[in-house]
Ligand binder design. Structure first.
Ligand code: ZN
Length: 106
């Protein structure tokens, strides 16, 4: 297929944001793909668009991941509660042993 965008990088760069979103028509996408094979400058431009999209997506992912963070906090709290409960049980047990030892030492 012939590169109809040869030496028309400006047009390609206008279309690349749409191309990156898969919003171009099939025929336009085909022409852009043919142009990208031979034009490194436009490939680099497409990569920079994709990278900035990725960065945007990563920022959008933060609110999505916050429930996991809340879940992790809840786990930590539960772990603390379990640890304290075990510690309290051991303390009470030792105190009971001490008292029974003290009561029966005669
Ligand atoms: Zn180009």
């Amino acid at each position: 297929m012939k590169d109809i965008f040869k030496d028309k990088c400006e047009i390609v760069r206008d279309l690349l944001p749409l191309f990156a979103d898969n919003s171009c028509s099939r025929s336009a996408s085909d022409c852009i793909e043919v142009h990208l094979i031979t034009c490194k400058a436009c490939r680099d431009y497409l990569n920079s668009i994709k990278n900035s999209r990725k960065a945007e997506n990563t920022q959008q992912d933060i609110p999505d991941s916050s429930p996991d963070f809340a879940g992790l906090l809840a786990k930590i709290r539960r772990h603390k509660i379990v640890t304290r409960s075990v510690f309290a049980a051991v303390t009470v047990g030792l105190a009971a042993l001490n008292i029974s030892f003290w009561l029966t030492k005669d």
